[in-house]
Write a protein that binds this ligand. Structure first.
Ligand SMILES: [Mn+2]
Length: 328
């Protein structure tokens, strides 16, 4: 991969129409990353627009309103020369924008730079190889903190929010992540409770009921002393998988079919188990699963997702069969 750095980024964006694009259903990490980049580019006298394909999640929207960061929905791609992508490295996460985006890129009318911290088997999706991918960063905001050499108060505050959100309030972490967080919190001139207030998650009743249903439907398998739980839900698969870990599973798999018979499988692996067994949900389970039944995959070693048009039961069966081989 050719080396990409801050100077190349500035040269690429200078006097261009720059789009800062979050993934569909933009979350705090993706949105805060775009906001950090906008402030950095402002200081270089480069104008940019933050955009989201069609939906922003509740927490990111709250942050946008409170911190007065404006954004647009469904951007017109013809109006931009450069697109910087945050927290994604796959066109499938662009929602409705995907086809037009792929077209503009293939016609070489849109230069793309990717900033992402997810585990990826894709390499770089930018045709010029302009990618900043670091799967050791706990959030895309932390990746930007390492990448950019100018970081003001507000950028530091946004960095903290991305780190706290994507580590699930430090359920996962690294010495570097704690250090980045501490440094950024200090330079943000804000308090820890300010950061916490943006990452709070109110649980709606529908989600509470979904958790209880997931627990009720749980199927427990012990593979070589490793507790694997599977369950089925049409919504809230990822939150339910996290809950099943807290009930005692080492690995939790929750699958469900939504409309258009599209199935989502959310996977979680407990940190201690993962480290002891050097286990990685993407490399050890999702990549073999994709080879077997297709679909689209993404995520990290301890939290990942599969999407495709295969029945939930079949997806769970295939996953268990792969785990039986891997965990021996
Ligand atoms: Mn992220």
């Amino acid at each position: 991969m050719p080396e990409f750095n801050q100077n190349k980024l500035i040269a690429l964006c200078k006097d261009k129409r720059v789009l800062l694009l979050c993934h569909e259903n933009a979350d705090l990490d993706s949105f805060c990353s775009a906001a950090i980049m906008q402030r950095f580019l402002d200081k270089q006298k480069i104008n940019s627009k933050i955009a989201i394909p069609s939906h922003i999640n509740e927490q990111a929207q709250h942050l946008a309103l409170t911190e007065k960061v404006s954004f647009i929905l469904n951007p017109q791609l013809e109006e931009f020369d450069v697109a910087l992508l945050f927290d994604l490295n796959g066109f499938e996460q662009l929602g409705k924008l995907r086809d037009k985006f792929v077209l503009r890129v293939s016609e070489e009318k849109l230069d793309v730079v990717v900033f992402d911290h997810h585990v990826s088997s894709k390499g770089c999706i930018s045709y010029k190889g302009n990618c900043m991918l670091d799967e050791t960063a706990v959030s895309t905001t932390e990746l930007l903190y390492n990448f950019l050499d100018i970081f003001d108060n507000k950028m530091s505050f946004f960095c903290c929010i991305g780190i706290l959100e994507d580590t699930g309030h430090f359920l996962v972490g690294s010495a570097r992540a704690f250090s980045s967080f501490a440094t950024c919190l200090k330079s943000s001139k804000r308090t820890y409770s300010d950061v916490l207030s943006f990452t709070k998650h109110e649980i709606p009743d529908s989600e509470r009921i979904a958790f209880l249903k997931a627990a009720g439907r749980a199927q427990i398998q012990v593979i070589n002393e490793i507790v694997v739980v599977t369950s089925e839900l049409s919504f809230y698969q990822s939150a339910a998988a996290t809950k099943l870990l807290s009930f005692g599973a080492h690995i939790a798999l929750v699958a469900g079919e939504e409309k258009n018979s599209l199935t989502t499988l959310s996977l979680r692996a407990e940190t201690e188990f993962k480290e002891k067994h050097n286990f990685n949900l993407v490399k050890d389970l999702l990549i073999p699963l994709q080879k077997e039944i297709g679909g689209e995959i993404g995520g990290h070693s301890g939290a990942a997702q599969w999407k495709g048009k295969v029945q939930a039961k079949l997806v769970l069966n295939s996953s268990i069969n792969i785990l039986k081989k891997v965990l021996r």
